[in-house]
Design a protein around this ligand. Structure first.
Ligand SMILES: [Zn+2]
Length: 422
């Protein structure tokens, strides 16, 4: 806390500043029910980005934007070094997004970098590396698929031209959308990234159930994402004899139920959903000719994902054939289990211990930018509890005190990483 009349100029971060910033960003694309709809590279995303840019400038950080629209705010703690430790997350949301998913990590990162810039001035000679806050483009994958776009380009696992060519449901490319909002710049980060730290809400209920404050995330569950196309035949929903119908919707319905059935039968704690469907011609009076369903299955053990998904696919083929419906696969992506940097887990756990908080070590079930960035540099992911495990929902909520604890852990983690001898 401070009595300084101009805390922003002095660099001191007020205790409520994080909460005020989260509220300010929640107003950009507010859905009126506590939630936020701010899809990547839209006018609302531009408004949030412009506000973030003003915060970067106003707090004495150096603004940078790379060609895929990733934004950075740099603090040169150690000007003799070209190394930079990055803290960040994403400002885009799902259509039914909450106020904290992604935004928390960006705004906490902003304040942490600002606070540590001033700590480095107060403790000269300590910092060996520079710091930056980042906002990664199209993390959510709601408008453009695949997700984690900006961080994947940054990590070198997705080519810039391929990312530009991604199209939304209206056929607009990400490259054009970024140009339209004026975030297809090239003032890249001219420093050497050496570490990444992401603070995020858990989006599950494991921390809450364990009564823990912080999770040091050690890796990620495996996931298989399969998009199945069911090919039947269009016919009149009235006169067409039932025995002659080739009903793609009926085959899709059986497949959806088969997925949940196989997950329950395996009884291994796998998570699965069929959460998106498209129907052609999508008329109440026409038996569906073609239906596409997006399925996904997740588990911490890749073998369990493979067992469930292969049984599921066998059933889909067999039961669809009985209905005279053909099956093809529009997409089939297997993401294996991933590991995050173990030294980073040790740093986070050490910080949590020293701050007198309770830590869990767990694997993330959701995808995060940290998983993409780990392909280039050591990455760390820190969770705070989500009330009721709810996210991608307007009622997503994390207690203010829990947000503050996560912020304190982020600040100290970044300081240790910026000052460590190696
Ligand atoms: Zn997120």
């Amino acid at each position: 806390m401070t009595t300084d009349s101009n805390p922003r100029a002095s660099g001191t971060v007020r205790a409520t500043e994080l909460h005020d910033l989260i509220a300010a960003f929640a107003a950009i694309g507010s859905t009126g029910d506590g939630g936020v709809c701010r899809l990547a590279a839209t006018a609302l995303d531009q408004a949030a980005r412009d506000r973030f840019r003003r915060e970067i400038d106003g707090r004495g950080l150096l603004a940078r934007v790379d060609p895929i629209g990733n934004m950075f705010g740099v603090a040169m703690l150690a000007p003799e070094s070209t190394d930079v430790v990055i803290a960040g997350s994403h400002l885009d949301t799902q259509p039914t997004g909450g106020r904290f998913d992604g935004i928390y990590g960006v705004l906490a990162g902003l304040l942490a970098v600002q606070a540590l810039r001033h700590r480095a001035i107060a403790e000269p000679g300590r910092a060996r590396r520079n710091l930056a806050v980042a906002n990664w483009t199209n993390e959510e994958g709601a408008r453009f698929q695949p997700s984690l776009t900006g961080s994947s380009v940054f990590a070198g696992i997705l080519a810039l031209e391929d990312a530009y060519a991604l199209q939304d449901g209206d056929g607009i490319s990400l490259g054009d959308a970024l140009a339209a909002i004026d975030y297809r710049e090239s003032s890249p980060l001219d420093l050497q990234p050496v570490r990444y730290v992401e603070l995020h809400v858990e989006q599950g209920d494991r921390l809450e159930r364990a009564g823990a404050d912080i999770a040091a995330v050690s890796g990620a569950w495996a996931a298989r994402k399969i998009s199945v196309v069911f090919e039947g035949e269009a016919s009149h929903t009235g006169p067409m004899p039932m025995a002659s119908r080739r009903d793609a919707m009926r085959a899709a319905a059986r497949a959806i139920e088969a997925l949940y059935d196989e997950v329950e039968r395996e009884n291994a704690g796998a998570h699965a959903s069929a959460a998106r469907i498209s129907v052609y011609p999508n008329s109440p009076n026409v038996v569906a000719a073609r239906v596409r369903v997006w399925f996904e299955i997740r588990h911490e053990d890749e073998a369990v994902v493979l067992v469930i998904s292969s049984r599921f696919l066998e059933r889909v083929k067999r039961e669809s054939a009985l209905l005279g419906v053909g099956v093809s696969f529009a997409a089939d992506e297997l993401r294996g289990t991933a590991l995050l940097d173990s030294a980073g887990v040790d740093v986070v756990r050490g910080v949590v211990h020293d701050l007198g908080l309770k830590a869990l070590t767990l694997q993330t079930i959701a995808g995060h930018d940290a998983l993409a960035i780990q392909k280039r540099i050591p990455a760390s992911l820190i969770f705070v509890p989500s009330r009721g495990g709810l996210s991608h929902n307007p009622r997503e909520f994390t207690d203010p005190q829990a947000l503050d604890k996560g912020y304190a852990v982020l600040v100290e983690t970044l300081w240790r990483m910026a000052t460590a001898e190696s």
